[in-house]
Every structure is written in C-alpha cells, then in structure tokens.
Design a binder for this molecule. Structure first.
Ligand code: SAM
Length: 173
C-alpha cells in the first residue's frame, strides 16, 4: 500500500512539473532575423516555427516578408499577448499565430523550417526531441548556439547594425 502511495505521489508530481525555462528573453536583432530566414531557405507557403518566439519578430517577418505560415511557441504570457497584438495590428492573422505553451511539447511534423535562439544546455535536450518530431528534409537555423550533436550544413558569421557579431548554423534533418 505504501509503495502504491509513493508511486502515485511520484507520477502526480512529475505530471505537474512546470515547463522548463529554456532560455531568458533576449531578442534577435531584425537584421539577423532576416538573415536567419534567408539561410533557412524559407519560401512562400512553407511552414515556419520559432521555438520561444519572444515578441514575435521572427514569426511576423516570416509571414510579412515571405508569406510563410508562421507559428511561434512562447511560454511567457506577456510576450504572447504582445506578439499576438502585433500580428493582429499588421493584419497577419491568416498566416501567423502564437501558441502559448512549452516548446518541448508541440507537434513539429508540419515544419519546413524551425528557428532556435535558446541556450546550449537547452539545445542538448532539444535535438533528440526535434529528431523525433520533424519530418525528413526539414531545416533548422540556430542563432549563436549550435546543436553539438549535429553537423551544420552551413555556418555564417555576421554583424548586426551595432557591430555585434552573430553566428548562424543551418541544419537539414
Ligand atoms: C532568447 S529568447 C528568443 C526570442 C525570439 N525567438 C528571438 O529570436 O527574438 C528565448 C525565448 O524563449 C522563451 N521560452 C523559454 N522557455 C520556453 C519554453 N519551455 N517554451 C516556450 N518558450 C520558452 C522565453 O520566454 C524567450 O522569449
């Protein structure tokens, strides 16, 4: 009986675990956003996911400049509200949307391109998840922190408008 109670407590606790904070909010400069989408070969009509979408700038750019179906996943409620407001103000609601939730728990089977700006420790946990959830041939572009388990097909170093250096990594599943 005691063992049963312990097991019940263990599974209840695991189930209630809050989502892991995969990175703090730190936005990608717009000039880097545009380079990420170019490096990721994003085309009109394709599906883009930004994992931890912050203020929605990658999602908005993918929809507005490229005409891609663009989806952001974001845990922070204020950032979700801010990016939804921006999408609606720009009239992009048919192409762009934000899911309020945990990036580890989503379905990425429709993704053509996934963009990632998270921490190295998060990328270690994320790569097997993406390997399982993404279709073959789908692309990934990372900002600054690579997936150490994978070999990038391309790597680019660039400067933003304030002279700060950024490294981008392109992978194909
Ligand atoms: C470094 S910021 C990147 C923002 C945006 N992608 C960009 O490049 O401008 C990381 C974002 O991930 C969000 N985040 C952290 N953990 C998350 C999780 N488990 N699920 C969804 N979003 C998460 C944070 O709230 C933050 O907005």
């Amino acid at each position: 009986m005691m063992l049963l109670l312990c097991l019940l407590a263990f599974f209840a606790q695991d189930h209630d675990k809050p989502p892991e904070r995969a990175a703090p909010y730190y936005p990608t400069p717009q000039v880097v956003v545009e380079r990420m989408l170019k490096l990721g070969e994003l085309k009109k009509g394709e599906t883009l996911f930004d994992l931890g979408s912050g203020d929605g700038r990658i999602v908005v750019t993918g929809a507005q400049k490229i005409g891609a179906r663009s989806i952001g996943i974001e845990l922070n409620h204020e950032l979700v509200e801010q990016s939804r407001g921006r999408i609606s103000k720009l009239g992009l609601a048919t192409l762009a949307r934000i899911i309020e939730g945990d990036l580890f728990e989503q379905d990425y089977s429709s993704a053509d391109l996934i963009t990632v700006y998270l921490l190295p420790v998060t990328n270690i946990r994320l790569s097997p998840v993406l390997e399982k959830k993404m279709k073959r041939g789908a692309r990934i572009v990372c900002h600054d922190f690579e997936f150490t388990e994978w070999n990038p097909e391309k790597t680019e170093v660039m400067e933003d408008t304030e002279g700060r250096s950024h490294t981008l990594f392109f992978y194909r599943r």
